[in-house]
Design a protein around this ligand. Structure first.
Ligand SMILES: Cc1cc2nc3c(=O)[nH]c(=O)nc-3n(C[C@H](O)[C@H](O)[C@H](O)COP(=O)(O)OP(=O)(O)OC[C@H]3O[C@@H](n4cnc5c(N)ncnc54)[C@H](O)[C@@H]3O)c2cc1C
Length: 339
Protein backbone atom coordinates (compact mmCIF):
# COMPACT_ATOMS: atom_id res chain seq x y z
CA UNK A 1 0.00 0.00 0.00
CA UNK A 2 1.40 3.39 -0.92
CA UNK A 3 1.69 6.05 1.78
CA UNK A 4 0.11 9.38 0.74
CA UNK A 5 2.52 12.34 0.74
CA UNK A 6 2.26 14.53 3.85
CA UNK A 7 2.86 17.68 1.84
CA UNK A 8 1.85 18.59 -1.70
CA UNK A 9 4.47 18.06 -4.41
CA UNK A 10 6.90 20.97 -4.32
CA UNK A 11 7.80 23.59 -6.92
CA UNK A 12 9.82 22.25 -9.77
CA UNK A 13 10.22 22.62 -13.50
CA UNK A 14 6.93 23.78 -14.95
CA UNK A 15 5.19 24.42 -11.64
CA UNK A 16 5.30 27.11 -8.94
CA UNK A 17 4.01 26.11 -5.51
CA UNK A 18 3.52 28.65 -2.71
CA UNK A 19 2.26 27.90 0.81
CA UNK A 20 -0.12 30.35 2.48
CA UNK A 21 -0.37 32.62 -0.58
CA UNK A 22 -2.76 35.57 -0.46
CA UNK A 23 -5.90 35.25 -2.56
CA UNK A 24 -7.27 38.62 -1.43
CA UNK A 25 -4.48 40.20 -3.47
CA UNK A 26 -6.33 39.40 -6.69
CA UNK A 27 -9.87 38.16 -5.87
CA UNK A 28 -12.36 40.83 -7.07
CA UNK A 29 -13.81 41.49 -3.59
CA UNK A 30 -10.25 41.86 -2.18
CA UNK A 31 -11.26 39.89 0.93
CA UNK A 32 -10.67 36.47 2.44
CA UNK A 33 -7.89 34.28 3.76
CA UNK A 34 -4.99 32.62 1.95
CA UNK A 35 -4.68 29.45 -0.08
CA UNK A 36 -3.10 26.64 1.90
CA UNK A 37 -1.15 25.98 -1.30
CA UNK A 38 -1.27 28.11 -4.45
CA UNK A 39 -0.12 26.38 -7.59
CA UNK A 40 0.79 28.07 -10.87
CA UNK A 41 1.56 25.62 -13.67
CA UNK A 42 3.41 26.61 -16.84
CA UNK A 43 1.42 24.25 -19.05
CA UNK A 44 -1.52 21.84 -18.97
CA UNK A 45 0.91 18.92 -19.00
CA UNK A 46 2.74 20.28 -15.95
CA UNK A 47 -0.58 20.71 -14.14
CA UNK A 48 -1.65 17.17 -15.03
CA UNK A 49 1.61 15.72 -13.71
CA UNK A 50 1.26 17.70 -10.47
CA UNK A 51 -2.32 16.56 -9.89
CA UNK A 52 -1.40 12.94 -10.60
CA UNK A 53 1.20 13.08 -7.80
CA UNK A 54 -1.09 14.88 -5.35
CA UNK A 55 -2.73 12.94 -2.51
CA UNK A 56 -6.20 12.14 -3.95
CA UNK A 57 -7.84 13.40 -0.74
CA UNK A 58 -6.41 16.94 -1.20
CA UNK A 59 -9.11 19.30 -2.49
CA UNK A 60 -8.28 21.33 -5.61
CA UNK A 61 -9.92 24.66 -6.47
CA UNK A 62 -9.24 26.44 -9.76
CA UNK A 63 -9.69 30.23 -9.69
CA UNK A 64 -9.74 32.92 -12.35
CA UNK A 65 -9.86 36.53 -11.15
CA UNK A 66 -12.46 35.75 -8.50
CA UNK A 67 -15.16 37.94 -10.04
CA UNK A 68 -17.74 35.41 -8.87
CA UNK A 69 -16.17 34.28 -5.60
CA UNK A 70 -16.36 34.92 -1.87
CA UNK A 71 -13.19 33.46 -0.35
CA UNK A 72 -13.95 32.98 3.33
CA UNK A 73 -11.68 34.57 5.94
CA UNK A 74 -10.15 31.30 7.16
CA UNK A 75 -8.69 30.64 3.72
CA UNK A 76 -8.94 27.73 1.30
CA UNK A 77 -7.60 24.33 2.39
CA UNK A 78 -5.78 22.20 -0.15
CA UNK A 79 -4.57 23.39 -3.51
CA UNK A 80 -5.74 26.50 -5.39
CA UNK A 81 -4.80 26.56 -9.08
CA UNK A 82 -4.24 29.85 -10.88
CA UNK A 83 -3.36 29.86 -14.56
CA UNK A 84 -0.44 31.97 -15.85
CA UNK A 85 -0.42 34.52 -18.70
CA UNK A 86 1.10 31.83 -20.90
CA UNK A 87 -2.26 30.05 -20.65
CA UNK A 88 -4.24 33.17 -21.63
CA UNK A 89 -3.47 33.25 -25.36
CA UNK A 90 -6.26 33.77 -27.88
CA UNK A 91 -6.14 32.84 -31.58
CA UNK A 92 -8.61 32.52 -34.44
CA UNK A 93 -8.63 29.75 -37.02
CA UNK A 94 -11.28 28.62 -39.48
CA UNK A 95 -13.88 30.94 -37.96
CA UNK A 96 -13.34 29.61 -34.45
CA UNK A 97 -11.76 31.28 -31.43
CA UNK A 98 -9.33 29.20 -29.40
CA UNK A 99 -8.65 30.71 -25.97
CA UNK A 100 -6.44 29.75 -23.07
CA UNK A 101 -8.59 29.52 -19.94
CA UNK A 102 -6.67 32.36 -18.28
CA UNK A 103 -7.83 34.82 -20.99
CA UNK A 104 -10.38 37.47 -20.03
CA UNK A 105 -13.80 37.50 -21.72
CA UNK A 106 -13.14 40.92 -23.25
CA UNK A 107 -10.02 39.59 -25.00
CA UNK A 108 -12.03 36.75 -26.54
CA UNK A 109 -14.82 39.10 -27.66
CA UNK A 110 -12.29 41.50 -29.19
CA UNK A 111 -10.48 38.72 -31.09
CA UNK A 112 -13.82 37.49 -32.45
CA UNK A 113 -14.74 41.04 -33.54
CA UNK A 114 -11.43 41.54 -35.33
CA UNK A 115 -11.94 38.23 -37.18
CA UNK A 116 -15.54 39.06 -38.12
CA UNK A 117 -17.14 36.47 -35.83
CA UNK A 118 -20.45 37.60 -34.32
CA UNK A 119 -22.23 36.12 -31.30
CA UNK A 120 -19.50 36.44 -28.67
CA UNK A 121 -20.17 40.11 -27.91
CA UNK A 122 -21.77 39.32 -24.53
CA UNK A 123 -18.36 38.23 -23.20
CA UNK A 124 -17.39 41.93 -23.40
CA UNK A 125 -19.46 42.57 -20.29
CA UNK A 126 -18.30 39.67 -18.13
CA UNK A 127 -15.15 40.54 -16.18
CA UNK A 128 -13.83 37.02 -15.69
CA UNK A 129 -11.61 34.43 -17.34
CA UNK A 130 -12.55 31.84 -19.93
CA UNK A 131 -12.11 29.10 -17.29
CA UNK A 132 -14.58 30.76 -14.92
CA UNK A 133 -17.02 31.43 -17.77
CA UNK A 134 -16.92 27.81 -19.00
CA UNK A 135 -17.39 26.52 -15.45
CA UNK A 136 -20.19 28.99 -14.57
CA UNK A 137 -21.95 29.02 -17.97
CA UNK A 138 -21.54 32.79 -17.76
CA UNK A 139 -23.94 34.82 -19.83
CA UNK A 140 -25.72 38.09 -20.47
CA UNK A 141 -28.23 39.60 -22.91
CA UNK A 142 -29.95 36.27 -23.53
CA UNK A 143 -26.81 34.34 -24.46
CA UNK A 144 -24.42 32.24 -22.46
CA UNK A 145 -21.35 30.06 -22.88
CA UNK A 146 -23.49 27.04 -23.80
CA UNK A 147 -24.49 28.91 -27.01
CA UNK A 148 -20.91 29.40 -28.23
CA UNK A 149 -18.74 26.62 -26.76
CA UNK A 150 -17.62 23.88 -29.15
CA UNK A 151 -15.23 22.06 -26.82
CA UNK A 152 -12.87 22.65 -23.92
CA UNK A 153 -9.67 21.05 -22.72
CA UNK A 154 -9.93 19.91 -19.11
CA UNK A 155 -7.23 18.64 -16.73
CA UNK A 156 -9.07 16.26 -14.42
CA UNK A 157 -8.42 16.04 -10.69
CA UNK A 158 -6.81 12.66 -11.37
CA UNK A 159 -4.35 14.32 -13.75
CA UNK A 160 -5.46 13.41 -17.26
CA UNK A 161 -5.81 15.93 -20.09
CA UNK A 162 -9.15 15.49 -21.88
CA UNK A 163 -11.11 17.27 -24.60
CA UNK A 164 -14.75 17.70 -23.62
CA UNK A 165 -17.41 18.51 -26.23
CA UNK A 166 -19.80 21.23 -25.01
CA UNK A 167 -22.62 18.72 -24.42
CA UNK A 168 -20.57 16.98 -21.74
CA UNK A 169 -20.76 20.07 -19.50
CA UNK A 170 -24.51 19.51 -18.93
CA UNK A 171 -25.17 23.25 -19.02
CA UNK A 172 -28.13 24.85 -17.31
CA UNK A 173 -28.52 28.45 -16.12
CA UNK A 174 -25.17 29.53 -14.55
CA UNK A 175 -24.14 25.94 -13.87
CA UNK A 176 -22.12 23.12 -15.42
CA UNK A 177 -21.51 19.53 -14.38
CA UNK A 178 -17.72 20.04 -14.33
CA UNK A 179 -16.58 17.96 -11.34
CA UNK A 180 -14.87 19.60 -8.35
CA UNK A 181 -11.12 19.84 -8.86
CA UNK A 182 -11.22 19.69 -12.68
CA UNK A 183 -9.45 22.62 -14.33
CA UNK A 184 -10.46 24.06 -17.71
CA UNK A 185 -7.27 25.03 -19.54
CA UNK A 186 -8.52 25.94 -23.02
CA UNK A 187 -11.80 26.48 -24.87
CA UNK A 188 -12.90 26.70 -28.50
CA UNK A 189 -15.83 28.99 -29.35
CA UNK A 190 -17.81 29.55 -32.53
CA UNK A 191 -20.12 32.27 -33.79
CA UNK A 192 -21.56 33.42 -37.09
CA UNK A 193 -19.97 35.58 -39.80
CA UNK A 194 -20.40 39.29 -39.03
CA UNK A 195 -19.15 42.76 -39.88
CA UNK A 196 -16.41 43.87 -37.42
CA UNK A 197 -17.83 47.41 -37.24
CA UNK A 198 -21.30 46.09 -36.33
CA UNK A 199 -19.85 43.65 -33.76
CA UNK A 200 -17.73 46.46 -32.31
CA UNK A 201 -20.75 48.74 -32.03
CA UNK A 202 -22.64 46.05 -30.12
CA UNK A 203 -19.67 45.59 -27.77
CA UNK A 204 -19.57 49.35 -27.17
CA UNK A 205 -23.31 49.34 -26.46
CA UNK A 206 -22.84 46.53 -23.91
CA UNK A 207 -19.94 48.38 -22.25
CA UNK A 208 -21.95 51.59 -21.97
CA UNK A 209 -25.01 49.81 -20.63
CA UNK A 210 -22.91 48.02 -18.02
CA UNK A 211 -21.23 51.24 -16.97
CA UNK A 212 -24.62 52.86 -16.46
CA UNK A 213 -26.23 50.00 -14.54
CA UNK A 214 -23.53 48.11 -12.60
CA UNK A 215 -20.94 49.07 -9.96
CA UNK A 216 -18.05 48.15 -12.28
CA UNK A 217 -15.39 50.09 -10.42
CA UNK A 218 -16.21 48.60 -7.04
CA UNK A 219 -14.97 45.53 -5.20
CA UNK A 220 -17.82 43.13 -5.85
CA UNK A 221 -18.58 39.55 -6.85
CA UNK A 222 -21.02 40.19 -9.70
CA UNK A 223 -24.64 39.04 -9.46
CA UNK A 224 -25.04 37.70 -5.95
CA UNK A 225 -28.17 35.60 -6.48
CA UNK A 226 -29.55 33.70 -9.47
CA UNK A 227 -32.69 35.11 -11.04
CA UNK A 228 -35.46 32.82 -9.76
CA UNK A 229 -37.83 31.45 -12.44
CA UNK A 230 -40.15 34.31 -13.47
CA UNK A 231 -38.41 36.93 -11.29
CA UNK A 232 -35.48 39.34 -11.32
CA UNK A 233 -33.38 38.94 -8.16
CA UNK A 234 -32.65 42.70 -8.01
CA UNK A 235 -36.35 43.58 -8.07
CA UNK A 236 -37.12 41.17 -5.20
CA UNK A 237 -34.21 42.62 -3.19
CA UNK A 238 -35.33 46.18 -3.88
CA UNK A 239 -38.94 45.40 -2.94
CA UNK A 240 -37.74 43.88 0.34
CA UNK A 241 -36.10 47.22 1.23
CA UNK A 242 -32.50 46.02 0.98
CA UNK A 243 -31.07 48.60 -1.45
CA UNK A 244 -28.09 50.25 0.33
CA UNK A 245 -28.29 47.91 3.36
CA UNK A 246 -24.93 47.66 5.16
CA UNK A 247 -23.11 45.37 7.56
CA UNK A 248 -19.72 46.69 8.60
CA UNK A 249 -18.07 47.79 5.37
CA UNK A 250 -20.23 45.46 3.26
CA UNK A 251 -23.11 47.06 1.37
CA UNK A 252 -25.94 46.13 -1.00
CA UNK A 253 -25.15 48.31 -4.02
CA UNK A 254 -27.34 51.38 -4.44
CA UNK A 255 -26.73 51.20 -8.20
CA UNK A 256 -27.73 47.55 -8.75
CA UNK A 257 -29.05 45.80 -5.70
CA UNK A 258 -28.14 42.26 -6.79
CA UNK A 259 -24.51 43.31 -6.24
CA UNK A 260 -22.79 43.29 -2.84
CA UNK A 261 -19.86 45.65 -2.32
CA UNK A 262 -16.76 45.80 -0.17
CA UNK A 263 -16.61 49.52 0.61
CA UNK A 264 -13.03 49.23 1.85
CA UNK A 265 -12.38 47.00 4.84
CA UNK A 266 -15.24 44.49 4.82
CA UNK A 267 -14.46 40.90 5.75
CA UNK A 268 -15.80 38.00 3.72
CA UNK A 269 -17.89 37.06 6.79
CA UNK A 270 -19.60 40.45 6.69
CA UNK A 271 -20.28 40.16 2.97
CA UNK A 272 -21.68 36.65 3.34
CA UNK A 273 -23.78 37.57 6.40
CA UNK A 274 -25.19 40.56 4.52
CA UNK A 275 -26.14 38.21 1.68
CA UNK A 276 -27.90 35.88 4.12
CA UNK A 277 -29.74 38.86 5.64
CA UNK A 278 -30.94 39.82 2.15
CA UNK A 279 -32.14 36.25 1.55
CA UNK A 280 -34.09 36.31 4.84
CA UNK A 281 -35.71 39.67 4.05
CA UNK A 282 -36.67 38.62 0.51
CA UNK A 283 -38.14 35.34 1.78
CA UNK A 284 -40.17 37.21 4.41
CA UNK A 285 -41.34 39.84 1.92
CA UNK A 286 -42.10 37.81 -1.21
CA UNK A 287 -41.84 34.16 -0.16
CA UNK A 288 -39.08 33.56 -2.74
CA UNK A 289 -35.92 31.75 -1.58
CA UNK A 290 -32.98 33.34 -3.40
CA UNK A 291 -30.19 30.98 -4.42
CA UNK A 292 -26.56 32.15 -4.28
CA UNK A 293 -24.94 32.61 -7.70
CA UNK A 294 -21.61 33.70 -6.16
CA UNK A 295 -19.49 30.69 -5.25
CA UNK A 296 -18.51 30.74 -1.57
CA UNK A 297 -15.32 28.81 -0.86
CA UNK A 298 -13.01 28.12 2.06
CA UNK A 299 -13.34 28.15 5.81
CA UNK A 300 -15.38 30.60 7.87
CA UNK A 301 -13.49 32.20 10.71
CA UNK A 302 -15.31 32.81 14.01
CA UNK A 303 -15.67 36.57 14.43
CA UNK A 304 -13.58 36.66 17.64
CA UNK A 305 -10.63 35.37 15.59
CA UNK A 306 -11.24 37.93 12.87
CA UNK A 307 -11.24 40.62 15.51
CA UNK A 308 -7.91 39.37 16.83
CA UNK A 309 -9.26 38.11 20.17
CA UNK A 310 -7.02 35.09 20.16
CA UNK A 311 -6.96 31.66 18.62
CA UNK A 312 -5.53 30.75 15.25
CA UNK A 313 -7.13 30.22 11.91
CA UNK A 314 -8.53 26.84 11.06
CA UNK A 315 -5.81 26.20 8.48
CA UNK A 316 -2.62 24.39 9.19
CA UNK A 317 -0.68 27.05 7.30
CA UNK A 318 -0.52 30.33 9.16
CA UNK A 319 -2.67 33.12 7.81
CA UNK A 320 0.20 35.55 7.55
CA UNK A 321 -1.87 38.10 5.64
CA UNK A 322 -4.77 37.22 7.94
CA UNK A 323 -8.06 39.01 7.94
CA UNK A 324 -6.70 42.06 9.71
CA UNK A 325 -3.73 42.10 7.37
CA UNK A 326 -5.67 42.29 4.12
CA UNK A 327 -3.64 43.96 1.41
CA UNK A 328 -4.44 47.58 0.70
CA UNK A 329 -6.99 48.09 -2.01
CA UNK A 330 -5.11 48.12 -5.28
CA UNK A 331 -6.38 48.57 -8.82
CA UNK A 332 -8.94 46.06 -10.05
CA UNK A 333 -7.51 43.27 -12.18
CA UNK A 334 -8.08 43.81 -15.88
CA UNK A 335 -5.95 41.07 -17.37
CA UNK A 336 -6.39 37.37 -16.87
CA UNK A 337 -3.62 35.05 -15.82
CA UNK A 338 -0.47 36.02 -14.09
CA UNK A 339 2.94 37.15 -15.13
C1 LIG B 1 -19.10 43.76 -12.34
C2 LIG B 1 -19.40 42.30 -12.61
C3 LIG B 1 -20.32 41.97 -13.60
C4 LIG B 1 -20.61 40.62 -13.86
N1 LIG B 1 -21.52 40.31 -14.83
C5 LIG B 1 -21.80 39.02 -15.11
C6 LIG B 1 -22.74 38.67 -16.15
O1 LIG B 1 -23.33 39.50 -16.81
N2 LIG B 1 -22.96 37.35 -16.37
C7 LIG B 1 -22.33 36.38 -15.68
O2 LIG B 1 -22.56 35.20 -15.96
N3 LIG B 1 -21.44 36.67 -14.71
C8 LIG B 1 -21.17 37.96 -14.41
N4 LIG B 1 -20.27 38.26 -13.41
C9 LIG B 1 -19.66 37.18 -12.62
C10 LIG B 1 -18.31 36.68 -13.13
O3 LIG B 1 -17.65 37.67 -13.88
C11 LIG B 1 -18.46 35.42 -13.97
O4 LIG B 1 -19.07 34.38 -13.25
C12 LIG B 1 -17.09 34.94 -14.48
O5 LIG B 1 -17.31 33.89 -15.39
C13 LIG B 1 -16.18 34.47 -13.34
O6 LIG B 1 -14.91 34.30 -13.89
P1 LIG B 1 -13.59 34.15 -13.00
O7 LIG B 1 -12.55 33.72 -13.95
O8 LIG B 1 -13.35 35.38 -12.21
O9 LIG B 1 -13.99 32.95 -12.06
P2 LIG B 1 -13.84 32.90 -10.47
O10 LIG B 1 -14.77 33.92 -9.88
O11 LIG B 1 -12.42 32.93 -10.09
O12 LIG B 1 -14.44 31.44 -10.18
C14 LIG B 1 -15.81 31.20 -10.40
C15 LIG B 1 -16.02 29.68 -10.46
O13 LIG B 1 -15.36 29.18 -11.61
C16 LIG B 1 -14.38 28.21 -11.23
N5 LIG B 1 -13.22 28.36 -12.12
C17 LIG B 1 -12.47 29.47 -12.33
N6 LIG B 1 -11.50 29.21 -13.22
C18 LIG B 1 -11.63 27.91 -13.58
C19 LIG B 1 -10.93 27.03 -14.45
N7 LIG B 1 -9.86 27.44 -15.18
N8 LIG B 1 -11.34 25.74 -14.56
C20 LIG B 1 -12.41 25.31 -13.85
N9 LIG B 1 -13.12 26.08 -13.00
C21 LIG B 1 -12.74 27.37 -12.88
C22 LIG B 1 -14.05 28.49 -9.78
O14 LIG B 1 -13.59 27.32 -9.11
C23 LIG B 1 -15.41 28.93 -9.26
O15 LIG B 1 -16.22 27.82 -9.00
C24 LIG B 1 -19.96 39.61 -13.14
C25 LIG B 1 -19.02 39.94 -12.17
C26 LIG B 1 -18.74 41.28 -11.89
C27 LIG B 1 -17.71 41.61 -10.85
Amino acid sequence: MSVPPLTPPASGRGIKVEAGASLAAFIWFRTGGPAETLVRPDTATDLAAYLRDLDPSTPVLPVGVGSNLIVRDGGVPGVVVRLPKAMAKVSVQDGRVRAGAGAMGITVASAARDAGIAGLEFLRGIPGTVGGAVRMNAGAYGRDVSDILIEATVVTREGSVETWPAARFGYVYRHSDLPAGAVVVEAVFSGTPGEPSVIGAEMDRIAAEREASQPLRSRTGGSTFKNPEGHKAWALIDAAGCRGLTRGDAQVSEKHCNFLLNLGSASSAEIEALGEEVRDKVKAHSGVALEWEIQRVGISLPSRMREGAGGGPALSTSDAAGDGGRPPLGPLPHAGGEA
